[in-house]
Design a protein around this ligand. Structure first.
Ligand code: SF4
Ligand code: SF4
Length: 375
């Protein structure tokens, strides 16, 4: 009876994980769509990407919490610190159960059963590459005080896919990287998570001291757990998975057919059912975001124009966003429209309804962020 319960519980865990991943991926796409077409009331992809917090960290410290680099908000810092704590407690469970880019790669992996496994040394060196990306991206962001990675960011490109050919204006490189990642993910599970993603690198380092661990008892070593692991960890030969590569997706524990629960997810050495683990991680994640939002520390959008006008607390030039029209931005900062055109060096021929990030479509070479940051 107990075995049957475990089996059923694992089946539910498997489908529940996919339902949650699908919901998060679909929800992210909807938010990105609304940001592009309904404006700054919805957060930009960069504002809700936790890694933006690391790139912003130096500017944030130097500005004593008041300064942020372009496209990053104070709420991004909350997300960044929160996901670090999450990694400390639950390992890379964010990667395995929440991250929509990880889900997208996993979905592409479903297109082919044939998988390529890089040979040991090449695989190890390639996995190390994501740490170099992390160091390089962070240094560049800290030196330039800009979101340096933005044009090369495959997830950023995916979030702007709704813009059609205008996507290539800002994200041509990111789009090419996105195509490479998705094509590679068909044959190499979670290609970016293994070799490229700097966020996964940070969470992987922190996960080394997490109390959440996959553990295996003496078993028949049938190899099923190793076969399903998307990160190609040879779980069937390891007693305790301590690898920074483990994304705590529980695919190994769910797939185990033994009647004696030979492989388990443990927390402080106490075993938990995969189903319970998935429910806990998602509840903690979204519950915390809900609380942060209610307490005002997860502000990833600018306030509504009406409330700014009512309060008389106009935004600073540095706080205006590319998703504001020229007219709305002038009102947000409390300036006459013509004065604002002059300040932002926008020719008067550009219609006032134009979003600031689209001024470049009228004026080749115009870079809204550069001009804004220099004011
Ligand atoms: S490694 Fe990066 S892309 Fe992959 S799941 Fe983690 S954060 Fe997402
Ligand atoms: S070892 Fe298990 S939990 Fe870790 S990544 Fe592989 S399948 Fe997922």
């Amino acid at each position: 009876m107990n075995n049957l319960t475990n089996k059923n519980s694992n089946i539910i865990a498997k489908y529940l994980r996919w339902i949650i991943l699908g919901f998060i991926l679909g929800g992210s796409m909807l938010i990105h769509f609304l940001h592009l077409f309904a404006g700054q009331r919805f957060p930009s992809v960069h504002a809700i990407c936790p890694l933006g917090g690391l790139e912003n960290l130096w500017t944030w410290i130097a500005g004593a919490g008041r300064g942020n680099i372009q496209k990053i908000t104070s709420g991004t810092m909350t997300l960044f610190f929160f996901t670090l704590v999450l990694a400390l407690i639950f390992g890379r469970a964010f990667c395995g159960n929440i991250c929509p880019f990880g889900t997208l790669q996993e979905l592409f992996g479903k297109f082919s059963k044939k998988k390529i496994q890089l040979s040991g040394k090449i695989d190890n060196a390639a996995r190390f590459f994501k740490y170099l990306v992390l160091i390089f991206v962070t240094i560049m962001a800290w030196i330039t005080a800009t979101l340096w990675i933005s044009p090369y960011d495959p997830w950023g490109a995916f979030a702007h896919i709704w813009r059609g050919k205008e996507l290539f204006h800002e994200y041509a490189a990111g789009f090419i990287i996105l195509l490479i990642v998705l094509a590679a993910s068909v044959f190499i599970n979670r290609f970016s998570c293994k070799y490229l993603c700097p966020a996964g690198a940070v969470y992987g380092i922190i996960s080394k001291i997490s109390p959440a661990r996959i553990k295996r008892n003496d078993c028949s070593q049938c190899g099923q757990c190793s076969a399903v692991c998307p990160m190609n960890i040879d779980v069937a030969r390891i007693k305790t998975v301590k690898s920074a590569e483990c994304i705590v997706c529980n695919q190994c524990t769910i797939s185990c057919k033994s009647k004696t629960n030979d492989i388990q997810i443990t927390f402080f050495n106490k075993s938990i059912k995969p189903l319970a683990f998935i429910i806990i991680i998602v509840t903690v994640f979204f519950g915390s975001l809900f609380i942060f939002n209610k307490t005002g520390i997860l502000r990833v959008t600018v306030p509504a124009l009406e409330s700014v006008l009512e309060s008389g607390n106009f935004l600073r030039i540095i706080d205006i966003r590319g998703s504001m029209s020229i007219e709305a931005a002038s009102e947000y900062v409390g300036m006459e429209l013509s004065e604002f055109y002059n300040l932002m060096e926008i020719p008067k021929t550009v219609p006032k309804e134009t979003w600031l990030r689209d001024v470049s479509l009228h004026v080749p070479g115009y870079d809204f962020h550069v001009i804004r940051d220099s004011r």
